[in-house]
Design a protein around this ligand. Structure first.
Ligand code: ATP
Ligand code: MG
Length: 188
Protein backbone atom coordinates (compact mmCIF):
# COMPACT_ATOMS: atom_id res chain seq x y z
CA UNK A 1 0.00 0.00 0.00
CA UNK A 2 1.29 3.45 -0.87
CA UNK A 3 1.55 5.93 1.97
CA UNK A 4 0.18 9.39 1.23
CA UNK A 5 2.84 12.09 1.29
CA UNK A 6 2.96 14.27 4.39
CA UNK A 7 1.65 17.67 3.35
CA UNK A 8 1.98 19.60 6.60
CA UNK A 9 5.04 21.83 6.85
CA UNK A 10 7.81 20.54 9.06
CA UNK A 11 9.48 23.93 9.11
CA UNK A 12 10.42 25.13 12.58
CA UNK A 13 8.28 27.99 13.84
CA UNK A 14 9.77 31.44 13.61
CA UNK A 15 9.87 33.81 16.55
CA UNK A 16 10.92 37.26 17.59
CA UNK A 17 13.38 37.46 20.47
CA UNK A 18 13.55 41.05 21.65
CA UNK A 19 16.64 41.90 23.71
CA UNK A 20 15.87 45.04 25.68
CA UNK A 21 18.22 46.81 28.08
CA UNK A 22 20.39 49.84 28.69
CA UNK A 23 23.12 51.01 26.30
CA UNK A 24 26.14 48.67 26.63
CA UNK A 25 24.03 46.04 28.42
CA UNK A 26 25.21 43.46 25.85
CA UNK A 27 22.25 43.27 23.45
CA UNK A 28 24.15 43.42 20.16
CA UNK A 29 27.03 41.22 21.34
CA UNK A 30 24.65 38.56 22.58
CA UNK A 31 22.45 38.68 19.47
CA UNK A 32 25.43 38.12 17.15
CA UNK A 33 26.86 35.31 19.28
CA UNK A 34 23.47 33.59 19.45
CA UNK A 35 22.93 34.06 15.71
CA UNK A 36 26.29 32.42 14.94
CA UNK A 37 25.35 29.34 16.92
CA UNK A 38 21.83 29.11 15.53
CA UNK A 39 23.03 29.52 11.94
CA UNK A 40 25.63 26.83 12.50
CA UNK A 41 22.77 24.48 13.27
CA UNK A 42 20.91 25.51 10.11
CA UNK A 43 18.34 28.02 11.40
CA UNK A 44 17.27 31.04 9.38
CA UNK A 45 18.21 33.95 11.61
CA UNK A 46 17.99 37.69 11.08
CA UNK A 47 19.20 40.44 13.38
CA UNK A 48 17.38 43.76 13.42
CA UNK A 49 19.91 45.92 15.27
CA UNK A 50 18.73 49.33 16.42
CA UNK A 51 21.78 51.18 15.10
CA UNK A 52 21.57 49.61 11.66
CA UNK A 53 17.82 50.19 11.40
CA UNK A 54 18.38 53.84 12.29
CA UNK A 55 20.58 54.23 9.20
CA UNK A 56 17.91 52.74 6.89
CA UNK A 57 14.32 52.11 7.92
CA UNK A 58 14.37 54.71 10.71
CA UNK A 59 16.73 57.22 9.07
CA UNK A 60 15.86 60.70 10.26
CA UNK A 61 14.32 59.64 13.54
CA UNK A 62 15.79 61.05 16.75
CA UNK A 63 15.50 60.19 20.41
CA UNK A 64 12.30 61.90 21.49
CA UNK A 65 9.68 59.61 22.96
CA UNK A 66 7.66 59.86 19.75
CA UNK A 67 10.61 58.96 17.53
CA UNK A 68 11.75 56.14 19.78
CA UNK A 69 8.22 54.71 19.72
CA UNK A 70 8.04 54.95 15.92
CA UNK A 71 11.43 53.23 15.66
CA UNK A 72 10.32 50.37 17.93
CA UNK A 73 6.96 49.96 16.15
CA UNK A 74 8.66 49.75 12.75
CA UNK A 75 11.11 47.14 13.98
CA UNK A 76 8.29 45.22 15.64
CA UNK A 77 6.33 45.23 12.39
CA UNK A 78 9.22 43.90 10.31
CA UNK A 79 10.20 41.37 12.97
CA UNK A 80 6.69 39.94 13.05
CA UNK A 81 6.56 39.63 9.25
CA UNK A 82 9.84 37.74 9.17
CA UNK A 83 9.01 35.59 12.20
CA UNK A 84 5.65 34.67 10.68
CA UNK A 85 7.57 33.12 7.79
CA UNK A 86 9.79 30.91 9.90
CA UNK A 87 12.72 33.24 10.59
CA UNK A 88 14.16 33.50 14.07
CA UNK A 89 14.45 37.26 14.47
CA UNK A 90 16.80 38.67 17.09
CA UNK A 91 16.13 42.28 18.02
CA UNK A 92 18.87 43.94 20.06
CA UNK A 93 17.09 47.25 20.57
CA UNK A 94 16.81 49.31 23.77
CA UNK A 95 13.01 49.87 23.50
CA UNK A 96 12.81 51.91 26.71
CA UNK A 97 9.04 52.27 27.03
CA UNK A 98 6.88 49.45 28.41
CA UNK A 99 3.75 50.51 26.51
CA UNK A 100 5.49 50.31 23.15
CA UNK A 101 7.13 46.98 23.95
CA UNK A 102 3.70 45.67 24.97
CA UNK A 103 2.21 46.93 21.72
CA UNK A 104 4.76 44.91 19.75
CA UNK A 105 4.11 41.86 21.91
CA UNK A 106 0.33 42.24 21.41
CA UNK A 107 0.76 42.54 17.65
CA UNK A 108 2.67 39.25 17.62
CA UNK A 109 0.01 37.61 19.80
CA UNK A 110 -2.74 38.82 17.48
CA UNK A 111 -0.96 37.16 14.55
CA UNK A 112 -0.16 34.01 16.52
CA UNK A 113 3.56 34.65 16.09
CA UNK A 114 5.83 33.67 19.00
CA UNK A 115 7.48 36.60 20.78
CA UNK A 116 9.98 36.41 23.63
CA UNK A 117 11.11 39.37 25.62
CA UNK A 118 14.55 39.16 27.20
CA UNK A 119 15.62 41.87 29.63
CA UNK A 120 19.36 42.33 29.88
CA UNK A 121 19.44 43.65 33.42
CA UNK A 122 23.14 44.53 33.48
CA UNK A 123 23.50 47.26 36.15
CA UNK A 124 23.92 50.80 34.88
CA UNK A 125 27.30 51.10 36.66
CA UNK A 126 28.63 48.13 34.67
CA UNK A 127 27.16 49.52 31.43
CA UNK A 128 28.74 52.92 32.11
CA UNK A 129 32.05 51.24 32.81
CA UNK A 130 31.88 49.27 29.53
CA UNK A 131 30.71 52.37 27.64
CA UNK A 132 31.23 50.70 24.26
CA UNK A 133 30.27 53.82 22.27
CA UNK A 134 31.53 56.43 24.72
CA UNK A 135 27.99 57.69 25.28
CA UNK A 136 28.03 57.47 29.08
CA UNK A 137 31.20 59.60 29.14
CA UNK A 138 29.63 62.14 26.79
CA UNK A 139 26.49 62.27 28.92
CA UNK A 140 28.59 62.74 32.06
CA UNK A 141 30.36 65.66 30.37
CA UNK A 142 26.99 67.13 29.37
CA UNK A 143 27.81 66.76 25.66
CA UNK A 144 24.68 64.73 24.91
CA UNK A 145 21.24 64.54 26.47
CA UNK A 146 18.37 62.04 26.21
CA UNK A 147 20.73 59.24 27.21
CA UNK A 148 18.65 56.21 28.19
CA UNK A 149 19.14 55.33 31.85
CA UNK A 150 20.86 58.64 32.59
CA UNK A 151 18.58 61.54 31.67
CA UNK A 152 16.00 59.64 29.63
CA UNK A 153 13.70 56.88 30.92
CA UNK A 154 14.27 53.15 30.81
CA UNK A 155 11.18 51.35 32.04
CA UNK A 156 12.32 48.00 33.43
CA UNK A 157 10.19 45.15 32.02
CA UNK A 158 7.83 43.80 34.65
CA UNK A 159 7.36 40.31 33.21
CA UNK A 160 10.05 39.39 30.69
CA UNK A 161 10.37 35.80 29.49
CA UNK A 162 13.96 35.92 30.76
CA UNK A 163 15.99 38.38 32.78
CA UNK A 164 19.72 38.11 32.33
CA UNK A 165 22.51 40.11 33.96
CA UNK A 166 25.48 39.93 31.58
CA UNK A 167 27.83 41.09 34.34
CA UNK A 168 27.29 37.79 36.15
CA UNK A 169 27.24 35.50 33.08
CA UNK A 170 29.99 35.33 30.51
CA UNK A 171 29.03 35.50 26.85
CA UNK A 172 28.70 31.74 26.34
CA UNK A 173 26.69 31.46 29.56
CA UNK A 174 24.35 34.16 28.28
CA UNK A 175 24.00 32.43 24.90
CA UNK A 176 23.25 29.14 26.67
CA UNK A 177 20.52 30.79 28.76
CA UNK A 178 18.87 32.04 25.55
CA UNK A 179 19.20 28.64 23.87
CA UNK A 180 17.55 27.06 26.93
CA UNK A 181 14.72 29.58 26.73
CA UNK A 182 14.16 28.82 23.03
CA UNK A 183 14.34 25.06 23.61
CA UNK A 184 11.84 25.36 26.46
CA UNK A 185 9.37 27.01 24.08
CA UNK A 186 9.98 24.47 21.29
CA UNK A 187 11.51 27.15 19.09
CA UNK A 188 14.80 25.42 18.28
N1 ATP B 1 27.77 38.09 28.91
C1 ATP B 1 27.91 39.10 28.04
N2 ATP B 1 27.01 39.29 27.06
C2 ATP B 1 27.10 40.32 26.20
N3 ATP B 1 28.09 41.25 26.25
C3 ATP B 1 29.05 41.11 27.20
C4 ATP B 1 28.99 40.05 28.14
N4 ATP B 1 30.03 40.17 28.97
C5 ATP B 1 30.72 41.27 28.57
N5 ATP B 1 30.14 41.83 27.51
C6 ATP B 1 30.64 43.04 26.81
O1 ATP B 1 29.70 44.09 26.99
C7 ATP B 1 29.72 44.96 25.86
C8 ATP B 1 28.27 45.08 25.36
O2 ATP B 1 28.22 45.95 24.25
P1 ATP B 1 27.04 45.92 23.19
O3 ATP B 1 27.42 46.82 22.07
O4 ATP B 1 26.68 44.51 22.90
O5 ATP B 1 25.84 46.58 24.04
P2 ATP B 1 24.40 47.02 23.54
O6 ATP B 1 23.47 46.58 24.62
O7 ATP B 1 24.14 46.54 22.17
O8 ATP B 1 24.48 48.61 23.59
P3 ATP B 1 23.75 49.72 22.66
O9 ATP B 1 22.35 49.89 23.20
O10 ATP B 1 24.57 50.94 22.92
O11 ATP B 1 23.79 49.25 21.25
C9 ATP B 1 30.66 44.35 24.84
O12 ATP B 1 31.90 45.00 24.94
C10 ATP B 1 30.76 42.89 25.30
O13 ATP B 1 31.98 42.30 24.94
MG1 MG C 1 23.74 47.52 20.34
Amino acid sequence: MRVAPVTTSLRTAGATVWLTGLPSAGKTTLAFALADQLRASGRDVEILDGDEIRTYLSAGLGFSREDRDTHVRRIGYVAELLARHGVLVLVPVIAPYADTRDEVRARHAAQGTPHLQVHLSTPVEVCADRDVKGLYAKAARGEISHMTGIDDPYEVPADPDLRLDTSTHDLQGSVSALLDLLAGRNLL
